[in-house]
Design a protein around this ligand. Structure first.
Ligand code: M7G
Length: 293
């Protein structure tokens, strides 16, 4: 990529809470024509090793004093690039207000389900590439294609693969049928339990926090950004960020418990529930739901 050819256009969002900034510009494609590119830069979490370096920055300390410095030994920013970026990406990364939506089963059937059905497959191409073994192959931590739906566990792109305090994995369903939380049924409970147990096991054997096991918070977004079922697996001590907001994140354990209560026939609880969630005004569903009253 010819980074020097990047042409800056405008800031999309600057968020002091997540120490992140997103901006829009253009980059040349292989044919030389400029196409939109979104760059998101986020400060990484400080690894424990950075504590040792502070002494080289600070020379005299009084009771209360503060300094601004630069740690040399860490990779201090994580840069995500989306190129070529579509209008949908630009909207997603733009600063936006949130409104609370009450999605009744009727509203789901009338507005949300048709929206999901027309969700462009190109938006979940990254998932298809991972499942087909064409991308992130060396990162796969586990794969199991048996059962009513298969799944694989990989590091989320949000994680720097270093600091366990913000450990972030993703369980991706390897079949296409389950689009969102709304599609889950009692028959899926054994796989969901497997994902929970397998993720716990993987983390336990690979990563420790000061020699201790890491407790995990596993949750599902509704609405998600991508309509291909996946579960977020995060260090329970990870600072609660936007993706864990009430109304958006549903704990995997609660979902399992709810599905276990499902009747053996007739409509499931999830089919009959009204879900209340926050939705950004730039989300594709926003105008449809507002239009539907
Ligand atoms: P979501 O609930 O659909 O959306 O989760 P949101 O959390 O973005 O609102 C999708 C998850 O997939 C997010 O945690 C993303 O960080 C992660 N993710 C997205 N992409 C494009 C990739 C990717 O290419 N690789 C990996 N490993 N994770 C991704």
């Amino acid at each position: 990529m010819d980074w020097k050819a990047f042409k800056f256009e405008r800031i999309l969002n600057q968020d002091p809470a997540s120490h992140a900034i997103s901006f829009l510009g253009t980059l040349p494609n292989p044919e030389g024509a400029h196409e939109p590119a979104i760059i998101r830069i986020e400060k990484t979490a400080l690894p424990k090793s950075s504590a040792k370096e502070f002494a080289q920055i600070i020379h005299d300390t009084e009771k209360y004093s503060w300094y601004f410095g630069r740690l040399k030994s860490i990779r201090d920013v994580k840069i995500n690039v989306i190129f070529p970026a579509t209008e949908v990406h630009i909207r997603k990364y733009s600063q936006q207000d949130i409104v609370l939506i009450q999605e009744t089963p009727e509203l789901y059937e009338r507005v949300v389900k048709p929206f999901i059905a027309t969700f462009p497959p190109s938006r979940t191409k990254w998932v298809d590439e991972i499942i087909a073994g064409r991308k992130e192959v060396d990162k796969v931590l586990h794969r199991d294609d048996s059962g009513p739906f298969g799944y694989m566990i990989i590091p989320d792109m949000k994680w720097n693969l270093e600091t366990v305090s913000d450990l972030y994995l993703l369980a991706l369903c390897t079949s296409n049928g389950i689009k969102s939380l709304r599609d889950l049924r009692k028959v899926h409970v054994p796989v969901l339990r497997n994902i929970r147990d397998e993720a716990t096991n993987i983390v336990k054997t690979r990563w420790k926090n000061d020699g201790k096991d890491i407790s995990l918070r596993m949750f599902v977004h509704y609405q998600p950004s991508y309509y291909h079922f996946h579960i977020h697996i995060v260090n329970a001590n990870h600072p609660v960020g936007l993706g864990m907001a009430v109304g958006q994140a549903h704990l995997l354990d609660d979902i399992i418990s709810l599905l276990e209560l499902d009747p053996d026939d007739g409509p499931s609880i999830i089919e009959r529930m009204t879900f209340t969630y926050g939705l950004g005004e730039q989300h594709g569903l926003y105008p449809l739901l507002i239009g539907a009253g």
